[in-house]
Design a protein around this ligand. Structure first.
Ligand code: CMP
Length: 714
């Protein structure tokens, strides 16, 4: 009720006195009359008392008086006693109106950042309480309310939380911000990042707080590349708004946009270079900067130089792509999607030199790469199509329908038929279909009414004879070595955004996930290879030998920090079709049995894979993590609200940063032998073996095989 009336004359008189002139009685009066308003409710009595000694009164007769402007240095904090004010942001206009009891202006004080908005009175005769910065810093800084919620047009757009003292102590004291972003709209978070995280030592800050990196690693979930460039241009053009600003602020603002772009490139890497509209945007930015050069007291030469540097990088990137050429991938009736041999010299030289980064540059799948794939009909006839990696399911369907002379393409649908006869319809917007198939899955085109009639091809059953014997002349260590170098290449090629696209529904992003797909295939291929090879060996003693060898391979994979292959093998061996073979396991040497039990413990899923996570934290990168778990971690977060950036962003960012960390450094393990040469007594090279590997991925069939080896106990 105190707010309903303006402070009476005596009170006003006291509030106008300088703090040193206030008597004890004055302070008591202020304390009793003013300190129970909402804005102070979280403060202790001692703090309120201190505040009573310094709080000031400010009133403005005229409507449309500016209290302070966006970009100003923050000098005080305000509480509205009477009237209302508009919060105006240069690029947006009035974003909200604050009323009696609301407070404003502490963001700049706490963050030591420029004012985030201009405040203009919205009616005549407005009255405020004001706490000046010196007093705010002394009395309130550590007692400040923990959360700040900013609204625009009635909706919350940013939720900030003060960092704890401990967090602040760990950080550099030159840090420009004291509030952590808890949640917000992508647009506002971007604005906030631009205003508070781009000071001169931004590189340093960048390493200190992950928000910025998290935002750039995950932004495609929330906004498109196009929207992001629009927001940046709008932010850049702050001086075009009919809005007089301090020149320094305008200049700083433009420079911050360029810094942001440079960091964006740093985080997004190849995806940034690959994105066409980015380069239109960067050229626009260059034009704007050139235009602005000379307009202000400060020039933009160094900003122009950084952008031109980016453009140079793009040129080199394009040249590399050109040199690399288009790859043709074959995904017909073999298990793996295999690369056809149209490598050019650049690629071969890079592979020869084992330069991971270069190899990745050349061998990572690109959206324009070509795939040869078959599309089958219900009668098992097929048509062969040459498509691009980014050809959409809908277009594959139409091309197939045309080649097969199907009357009305609309009556047909494109599905994956798995080896166990499960059918999965493709979303028509889905890209890189062939790489997303399950191991023995095939693409079928089917009349919508006859979907149930589809039957699997004989080849989808998988092999009838085991093949691991042809690896007899290779030691377990050599096999693990080969698997690790192979896994590493595949892992290195995955762009972090592929995880995002995969987890949040690939059809939403119009970008390929093939490199992640290939890695996931590699994982399940290893897993089913293990099961298949054990179950296709009829001789008990040979089967025991295979178990022994595989356990040893797993052990070496772990030693090589290839945790992914380690998991694949152990999960394969723990598959019930294998684990139920009691007679086989009984014959295994007790020492190996113990080792296996220990390995099984490591992949134990309880307490969210705690054992594995502990091990992982002890390993130093580079390493190959258990990728399916990373995907699971990200999927858990995915349930959140996609239009609002929140804690999920940090969790996703954390996983993605972890992936990047695993990739850091060059993966150098001691080669146990020269594996590129064909062994004297071996019929095949390891590479040929693993490229042609065929497996059974139908659990039902695996169980049947298992029962035929060792009968069900009665
Ligand atoms: P500060 O940046 O110090 O100065 C402008 C103030 O406006 C800011 O602190 C907030 O307290 C207040 N404000 C209210 N709504 C918003 C908003 N949507 N965006 C930015 N500032 C806002």
């Amino acid at each position: 009720y105190l707010l309903q009336m303006a402070p009476e004359a005596t009170l006003r008189l006291i509030l106008r006195k300088k703090p040193e002139d206030r008597t004890e009685d004055d302070i008591d009066l202020v304390y009793e009359d003013l300190m129970n308003i909402k804005a102070f409710s979280h403060l202790s009595n001692t703090v309120k008392k201190e505040l009573s000694a310094v709080i000031a009164f400010e009133s403005h007769k005229e409507k449309a008086t500016t209290l302070f402007k966006q970009g100003d240095r923050g000098t005080c904090w305000y509480i509205i006693l009477k009237g209302s004010v508009n919060v105006v942001i240069a690029s947006k206009g009035i974003v909200c109106t604050l009323h009696e009891g609301d407070d404003f202006g502490k963001l700049a004080l706490v963050n030591e950042a420029p004012r985030a908005a201009t405040i203009i009175t919205n009616e005549s005769d407005c009255q405020f309480l004001r706490v000046d910065k010196v007093h705010f810093d002394r009395i309130l800084k550590d007692n400040e309310a923990n959360t700040v919620r900013l609204k625009e047009h009635g909706k919350e757009v940013l939720v900030l939380q003060k960092m704890s003292l401990k967090q602040l102590k760990d950080e550099n004291s030159s840090l420009y911000f004291k509030y952590k972003v808890m949640a917000g709209t992508p647009e506002k978070v971007l604005e906030h990042l631009l205003e508070t995280r781009m000071s001169n030592n931004y590189e340093e800050q960048f390493n200190k707080e992950s928000l910025f990196e998290d935002f750039l690693l995950t932004f495609p979930i929330f906004i498109s590349w196009k929207q992001m460039t629009h927001l940046l241009v709008r932010h850049y053009k702050i001086d075009e708004q009919n809005f007089r600003q301090m020149e320094n602020y305008i200049i700083g603002n433009k420079k911050r946009v360029v810094k942001f772009v440079v960091l964006w490139y740093k985080i997004s890497g190849e995806a940034f270079l690959n994105c066409k509209l980015i380069w239109t945007f960067i050229n626009e930015l260059v034009d704007l900067l050139e235009n602005d050069n000379g307009k202000y007291s400060n020039n933009f030469d160094s900003e122009l130089a950084s952008l031109r540097g980016l453009i140079e990088n793009k040129k080199t990137f394009d040249q590399n792509l050109e040199a690399r050429g288009v790859f043709l991938w074959k995904a017909d009736n073999s298990n793996s999607v295999r690369r056809m041999s149209n490598f050019n010299e650049n690629v071969l030289a890079a592979i020869e030199a084992k330069n991971t980064e270069k190899v990745a540059k050349f061998t990572a799948m690109k959206d324009f790469d070509e795939i040869i794939t078959r599309v089958y009909c219900a009668d098992h006839t097929y048509t062969t199509l040459k498509i691009n990696m980014n050809t959409k399911a809908d277009s594959i369907k139409n091309q197939a329908a045309e080649k097969l002379n199907l009357d009305n393409g609309n009556d047909y649908m494109l599905v994956e038929l798995k080896s166990d006869n499960e059918k999965i319809a493709f979303n028509e917007m889905e890209l890189n279909i062939p790489t997303t198939l399950s191991l023995n899955g095939r693409i079928f085109i089917s009349h919508v009414d006859h979907l149930d009639a589809l039957t699997t091809l004989p080849e989808q059953e998988g092999p009838v004879n085991g093949s691991i014997n042809s690896l007899d002349s290779f030691s377990s260590q050599e096999i693990a070595y080969y698997l690790t170098t192979h896994s590493w290449k595949l892992f290195y090629n995955i762009h972090p955004y592929e995880f995002i696209y995969h987890v949040f529904g690939r059809h939403n992003f119009n970008d390929i996930t093939s490199n992640l797909d290939l890695f996931r295939r590699h994982f399940s291929e290893l897993q089913f290879w293990v099961i298949t090879e054990v179950l296709l060996e009829k001789s008990l003693s040979r089967r025991v030998q295979i178990l022994k060898k595989l356990i040893k391979v797993a052990g070496y994979c772990k030693e090589y920090k290839n945790l992914n292959a380690f998991f694949a093998i152990i999960i394969g061996l723990s598959n019930v079709a294998v684990s139920r073979l009691t007679q086989t396991w009984e014959r295994l040497h007790s020492k190996l049995k113990r080792i296996f039990t220990q390995y099984e413990g490591l992949i134990d899923a309880s307490r969210n894979y705690r054992r594995y996570r502990v091990i992982l934290s002890k390993f130093t990168p580079p390493l190959i993590p258990f990728v399916p778990l990373l995907i699971k971690d990200m999927t858990m977060v995915h349930e959140g609200n996609k239009t609002f950036v929140d804690q999920g962003l940090h969790l996703l960012g954390q996983t993605l940063r972890m992936i990047q960390e695993c990739k850091s450094g060059s993966f150098q393990i001691e080669s146990p032998a020269n594996l590129s040469v064909k062994k004297m007594n071996s019929p095949i090279t390891m590479q040929d073996y693993f490229e042609q590997i065929r497996v059974i991925d139908n659990q039902k069939r695996l169980m049947q095989l298992s029962y035929s080896l060792e009968h069900r106990k009665l």
